[in-house]
Design a protein. Sequence first.
Length: 118
Amino acid sequence: MSWGPVYRLVKQIPRGCVTTYGDLARALRLPGGARAVGYAMAACPSGRGIPWHRVVGAGGRLLIREPYASLQRRLLESEGTAIEGRRVDMKRYGWSPAKSSKAKARKGRSKTHKRRRA
């Protein structure tokens, strides 16, 4: 299985925001769900600009173990994401891949609609 679609979607997560493994899996309709996204993130190649640290567990839990847990925490905090204990407030910092895709589709339709009228 190619993890390219997972990495492309992770690159779309805005700075200062996070999303969950499950949200990514639902957006991509991956067989194996959140666990499959976890495998993809574990195999994430370095040096490709993939913001792996912006992917967290359900409810905003930081699931990665040391030595990468402290790195993930530092990277998120450097982007302005507040972490309390081992959690990120998903209401404040959460990003949904499904919402961004729908918004892009709406923007595209409105431009097309305006062109047709002109």
